[in-house]
Design a protein around this ligand. Sequence first.
Ligand code: NA7
Length: 294
Amino acid sequence: MPPQPIAFFGLGLMGRPMAEHLIAGGHTVTLWNRTRSKADGLGAPVADRPAEAVREGGLVFSLLADDRAVLDLFGDGAIAARLGPGGVHVGLSTVAPETARRLAEIHAAAGSRYMSAPVMGRPEAVAARKEHFLAAGPAEAKDRARPILEALGEGGVYDFGEAPESANAAKLINNYLIAATINALADAVTMAEKSGIDPEALYAQATGTLFDCLAWKTYGRQIVDRSYDTPSFKLSLGLKDVKLVGGLADATEMPSPVVSALHDRYLAAVAQGMGGLDWSGIARLVRRNAGLGD
Ligand code: NA7
């Protein structure tokens, strides 16, 4: 694949290692980040204004915090217009399906294309090229983006069809599974401790048998170790995702008491000042509620 002109927006925990790989892959990358200093030192030019990063007919990759950030940047259509015919915007953020629909309309009106490819993986997985992508959008956009996404993440690209918002819904459903897993693990590990069981012994038995999977092992380890102070994914963004899952449940009339319970738990953790912890940090709230220390 020849090098592609890529404008990369969003150099947060996830975006920075991904931009590094695109630059190392020989693409012509121009960076933009709201806090400019985070774009320094990567060996690629940094644009002063977002639209200046974009080449006509090129690619845009965006990996921003939330719906507001995405719509702040792309909502007025200026970047879509600059991309123009042949240009493709690949939205990697976890946002609401409505936001993806809106972006698709904005880009179509400008003659460019929008596809969603929300990324599954934590920053360390991105750095190790282990992430995977949930992709949906017009076929020609996916054909253009797929080799780049496949080179970024060994986990591969999973196709959810032509409507970009399907990939965003799929991503929210995956994050629901993670949040529900974290929640169950926080209860289980705390319950073990309250029952006089060594959490380490429970971890070894459970993940060595019935729960032998990456999500249980990764989050179980963090919860047993109580190591959530350095976030791989911020608890405040976890609340954002749980709210988005609630929105999806509402929009599709899919009642779920578990979604409501997760919302309460994440909201309580943020209200108690835990928004900057890793999202496995709701275990701290569970411990406090159970009369244990942090
Ligand atoms: P981070 O590390 O919080 O990074 C978020 C990025 O989004 C960062 O570049 C922010 O810029 C940027 N941001 C946030 N708000 C805005 C607004 N309003 N305008 C422009 N840019 C903004 O998050 P992660 O990297 O962990 O996650 C990124 C996505 O992947 C998210 O959807 C997750 O759910 C999954 P800053 O550097 O703060 O100026």
